[in-house]
Design a protein around this ligand. Sequence first.
Ligand code: NAI
Length: 423
Amino acid sequence: MNCDIKDKNLKSAGKKRIEWALSRMPVLEQVRQKFKKEKPLKGLTVGACLHITTETAALALTLKEAGARALFCASNPLSTQDDTAASLALDYGIEVFAINNEDNNTYYKHIDAVLQAKPQITLDDGADLVSTIHKRFFKSASGKKPDLPWASTEETTTGVIRLKSLQKEGRLLYPVIAVNDAYTKHLFDNRYGTGQSTLDGVIRATNRLISGSNLVVCGYGWCGKGVARRAQGLGANVIVCEVDALKALEAVMDGFRVMPMKEAARIGDIFITVTGDINVVSKSHFPVMKNRALIANSGHFDVEIDIRNLKKTAVKVREVKPLVKEYTLKNKKIIYVLGEGRLVNLACAEGHPAEVMDLSFANQALSCEYIVKSKGKLQNKVYKVPDSIDFKVASLKLKSMGIKIDTLTTEQKAYLSAWQEGT
Ligand code: NAI
């Protein structure tokens, strides 16, 4: 078996975990059944650089059922589940190159192992695979174009930003479908996934009662809306802090109290940042906070809480529970920070549920089919996932839930597309 995994003996534990994920991913299951019949990727090689987790395993099996040779490496060495990797390779015949905690050399050796198979389609999460291809091309003295993939998909914002910057410089060598930008991805991943798993992280780390607490959500974007709604459902008095007037107004009309952080800092019991911004909870806020206030971040980088400043000004710092740091300030007040200010849903819980990744990966699989159908027609640009795929994924999800919806009649279609109508 062409693979590099940690331990073959982990495969039976991995198989059980994969089966658990498969049972909770009904949308991808429907795509897999369709692909099994139609074999849209027959004879093709797909090279993927994604987190090697049980949900990704479900995607790998879908690509295999579609007729592809599938090779997988990790997009982050720390997220690899070694048991999942073992089962994928040994039970399901997927060529996996991923070991948890692998060093940088091994990480790139594994990317290389995938590229050596000369995939026609690449799948990326953070653009390491695609940028490796680009770096090699730009470095090669011959300037000869290597065998490039037909197209790629990209799972995450960071990857899309990198690829768009290549496009802006006119140096993107092949087309990319930004799965990240699908509506069904944002809706499930950012709103429902982050909403639930962020509170899951807070609760797992602290076992604290949310009901009755003043919970401050900083940022009322996709993620913030999810967090605010879930916190309200648990009985919290939710306060929203925003810098965007439209979002702030939306929060008010959704029934939340809105105020500047300067005011919220004094009354919050729990603070959750989800802005993508820097120092949202900062040095002027810590001293005025209530004693034993708790702060967590669910934005991408660990910069939303000014922990550096908190450390500098605290007279005592200790870990009171795993992933719960207690800072004692000069004024004797205590402040808790969860998971070192890193994404609390990953640091203190298990990240997104399989039901969330189900929609992201259905978008991935259908985008692969789209790449084959559009061969030769796409330019070297970053494309949004076609609306038809987004609607398809939403329809399949509704179907899996047993929910039917109405369709437009011919008369309604004509009415809605005619400018002459109106009276
Ligand atoms: P978004 O752009 O929809 O919302 C961010 C909101 O924060 C905006 O409304 C903006 O006006 C507001 N904001 C910016 N600076 C602020 C400040 N100083 N004070 C108050 N509000 C401020 O972005 P989205 O999709 O909600 O993502 C937010 C962050 O969460 C990003 O860093 C994103 O990468 C991350 N994310 C985390 C996930 C997780 O699993 N924890 C999943 C998906 C995204």
